[in-house]
Design a protein around this ligand. Structure first.
Ligand SMILES: [Zn+2]
Ligand SMILES: [Zn+2]
Length: 135
């Protein structure tokens, strides 16, 4: 990432050019995305046991977007028919992003200093590396 220089990019949603160091959406789309997430989150909290289809219908949100929230681990209450899968090996899991086996493998690896384990980018790059290694 460039430091001290404004990075211009196109909004992933509406393609408008905007400047922001980390976001992929322009201000308007970002706000809309936040509001949409809130709608989904609130609906699920009030309607525990709702299915993905119901949530999509009631909150006017794409099913793919809802699965995206689930995958990102942003929802505290997930739709009852949603399946969480390990991001590395694809095993069904009850919560979180990776299964116990992959998590153990991740934490044992000395290539990531503990100080960087909280850094999302580093973690994602690392997950990619593992995926490549397994192929
Ligand atoms: Zn936009
Ligand atoms: Zn796994």
């Amino acid at each position: 990432m460039e430091v001290g220089r404004t990075v211009l990019k196109n909004c992933k949603q509406c393609n408008k050019v905007f400047a922001h160091p980390t976001r992929h959406l322009c201000e308007d789309c970002y706000k809309e995305a936040q509001a949409q997430f809130e709608r989904v989150r609130e609906y699920l909290e009030e309607n525990r046991g709702a299915t993905v289809a119901e949530v999509a219908e009631e909150t006017d949100t794409d099913v793919e977007v809802i699965y995206e929230y689930i995958k990102e681990g942003r929802l505290t209450v997930v739709p009852k028919d949603a399946e969480l899968r390990c991001q590395i090996c694809g095993t069904k899991i009850a919560s979180g992003r990776v299964c116990a086996v992959c998590r153990a493998e991740l934490s044992d690896d000395p290539r990531i200093p503990p100080s960087q384990q909280g850094d999302k980018d580093t973690r994602m790059r690392y997950l990619d590396a593992i995926r490549r290694k397994r192929r």
